[in-house]
Ligand binder design. Structure first.
Ligand code: MRU
Length: 356
């Protein structure tokens, strides 16, 4: 795959999650679009809270945030012996693990650093600390590279015209560029993206608040629609393709993504519209056979009972699953950083991992 652009040619945005000298820095996604602010986190509890409250969100961004959380531990711990260090490491690992359950990148990143640390248990404490920081940085850098690759693969297979997306799988949801974000940016650069339809994505409004903000910032022509308008827009022939991100893709191709994705997938099939998900290999969980096994996060009822901080409903009971599962039969293809996977997904995903 020939990479025609570098990240700086595709977006004016800075990286969403970075790490420097005991500080995890992130763009506070709860404040956008009202305010653009980079916050600095200096304790593990602050990192964990930032994930739970969605100051940082989106599967790959969460993965990078927990990896940097472990780096933060390594560089700030007061542990004097190796035993003390490892006790603190596992405590940190557990705290970060118990933040959000659906996006597999979180567990993937934590386990990648844990495995490395355990393999080097016999090394000096200084060496182990250095390895953790280096690995966390690698996870972040590899995410940017993966996004760039997906952007190029995706732009080759998406038809020219109007694209609809849901939630935010843009630069903000990753370290930089985005998964869907990279595809849209390459298409925009090459003139094949005519108009982007942005689903507002209730209840947390990641589409209206975040996707619309970041794509508009990069000059991509777009229109926001409320979620219940998507079907009508498709029926009117105004959507040529749909691309969404993923929080976890399993061995048979079923995938979890932001609540509302399943509805779009069914509508896309009815209207003969190509429907793609875009995700790096770190989002693919080959240990689960079907989407039924994916743990789905349920969030606080206030998210549904309020909008932009205002109460919009009486204080009644609420069901608030943050994600849904789209069966693979609705998918046209999975755009990964190692190429596009088409049906039969079970066989082709297995082949992809064997090749890697
Ligand atoms: O609850 P969120 O905002 O973290 O959910 C995010 C999504 O569903 C994204 O589509 C997914 O994480 C992919 S981000 C590249």
């Amino acid at each position: 795959m020939e990479l025609r652009y570098n990240p700086e040619e595709l977006t004016r945005l800075p990286r969403s999650v970075t790490y420097e000298n005991g500080k995890v820095k992130l763009i506070d996604q709860r404040l956008l679009p009202r305010e653009f602010k980079v916050i600095e986190l200096m304790t593990i509890e602050e990192v964990a809270r930032a994930i739970v409250t969605m100051q940082v969100r989106g599967a790959p961004a969460i993965g990078a945030a927990v990896a940097f959380g472990l780096a933060l531990y390594a560089e700030t711990t007061k542990a004097k012996t190796k035993d003390e260090f490892f006790d603190g490491f596992y405590e940190t690992y557990e705290r970060l693990k118990n933040t959000r359950p659906t996006a597999v990148n979180l567990f993937w990143a934590l386990n990648r650093v844990k495995k490395l640390v355990e393999e080097h248990r016999e090394n000096s404490l200084d060496k182990i600390k250095h390895l953790i920081v280096e690995e966390a940085q690698k996870i972040a850098d590899e995410d940017v590279e993966a996004n760039l690759r997906m952007g190029h693969y995706g732009a080759e297979v998406l038809p020219e015209g109007n694209v609809l997306t849901h939630c935010n799988a843009g630069s903000l949801a990753t370290v930089h560029l985005g998964t869907v974000g990279a595809v849209l940016r390459v298409m925009h650069k090459e003139g094949t993206l005519k108009l982007l339809w942005v689903d507002e994505t209730r209840p947390v409004l990641q589409g209206a608040r975040l996707s619309a903000w970041e794509y508009h910032y990069d000059g991509i022509p777009l229109k926001i629609i409320s979620d219940n308008m998507a079907g009508f827009v498709m029926q009117q022939g105004k959507v040529d393709a749909i691309i969404v991100g993923a929080d976890r893709i399993v061995a048979n191709g079923d995938f979890a993504n932001k609540i509302g994705t399943y509805t779009l997938a069914v509508l896309a099939k009815e209207h003969g519209i190509p429907f793609f998900t875009v995700a790096p290999l770190s989002t693919i969980d080959m240990s689960l056979k079907s989407g039924k096994e994916i743990p789905i996060e349920e969030r606080a009822k206030e998210e549904v009972l309020t909008c932009g901080g205002c109460k919009i409903a009486p204080d009644v009971d609420v069901y608030n699953p943050a994600f849904d599962v789209t069966p693979h039969k609705y998918l046209t293809g999975i755009i990964t950083d190692r190429g596009v996977v088409y049906p039969p997904f079970e066989r082709n995903l297995k082949r992809l991992f064997k090749r890697e």
